[in-house]
Design a protein around this ligand. Structure first.
Ligand code: FES
Length: 104
């Protein structure tokens, strides 16, 4: 089972036993992290915004234009911002490290 290292909005780090084949957002939401995911993963709300650790950015699937447009409009946008609903969890992402972005 792959793991995700998560830092929550309070700055607390923990490790999540993740499920492959569903999105990173679904893994976070289903384990009661602070990810509202209002749109349910259809790339239209940005409430699943996370900051991906620099070492992992290049290993993720490329960002589609709609994700890039939406997340770059966030006031809390950073160059390592991603929408976690647009990242499918796979065994290859075992050890993924991210921080949940502040509420916009
Ligand atoms: S859950 Fe809405 S954009 Fe990701």
């Amino acid at each position: 089972m792959p793991t995700i290292h998560v830092t929550n909005r309070a700055g607390e780090a923990s490790t999540l036993e993740a499920e492959s084949g569903i999105s990173v957002m679904e893994n976070l939401r289903d384990n009661d992290y602070e990810v509202e995911a209002i749109c349910g993963g259809s790339c239209s709300c940005a409430t699943c915004h996370v900051y991906v650790d620099a070492d992992w950015l290049a290993k993720l699937p490329a960002q589609e234009e709609d994700e890039r447009d939406l997340v770059s409009d966030e006031p809390t946008y950073q160059p390592n911002s991603r929408l976690s609903c647009q990242i499918e969890m796979t065994d290859a992402l075992d050890g993924l490290k991210l921080t949940i972005a502040p509420e916009a």
